[in-house]
Design a binder for this molecule. Sequence first.
Ligand SMILES: [Zn+2]
Length: 227
Amino acid sequence: MSTTWTAANNVALLNVDPQDTFCPNGALAVTDGDQIIPALNSLREHFNKVYWSQDFHPDNHISFASTHGAEPFSLKKVSYGDQVMWPEHAKQSASDGTGAQFHKDLVFKASDKIIQKGTNKDIDSYSAFLENDKKTPPRFDNGNSLADELRADGVDTLVITGLALDYCAGDTALDALSEKFNVIVVEDATRSITPEGRLAKIAQIVDAGGIVLTSAALQKNPQLICA
Ligand SMILES: [Zn+2]
């Protein structure tokens, strides 16, 4: 992408969980997850406001199969509904493929803001807006939820990328729409755990009023997000 346009100040880029743990060789690898990294770095050149979510679990998190002696990828009933039993991933205490670190090739700036989620041992959080109980928002250190912080920053429109579209990136997009943000998902800047999950989530996002397009289409139509 060239840097011939800059998104308006009410528009932010939100990169969901582009972490090693979701890339090839990570503990919860999403096929070709690392291939979105160049697209994220190109996209950010067009934005003054960039937000990130980071899956950030304590040890023995409720979403880990190992916590329950369960089979990975099975379902377990917990207080807020069915919880997928994931391999240990995005751990605060690790720095290998089970750790929570972002992919090393990503470009960050001092003005970027990072919301950490899944920090509550007893509730998983796919969305960066609400944990899986659909009541508790992840919060910044200042106490703001992501929605609070975006509104305080004058943002009403989000361009969303990340991993995985059928879980965290997609649920973040749906909750953003519920919170009355305008949402554009950049499809080629996402990857998914399953193709059928991807299609189902795209249908839900479009149904809820979101736009799903490619970065090439966004590049050709910057008026969608420029003043
Ligand atoms: Zn997680």
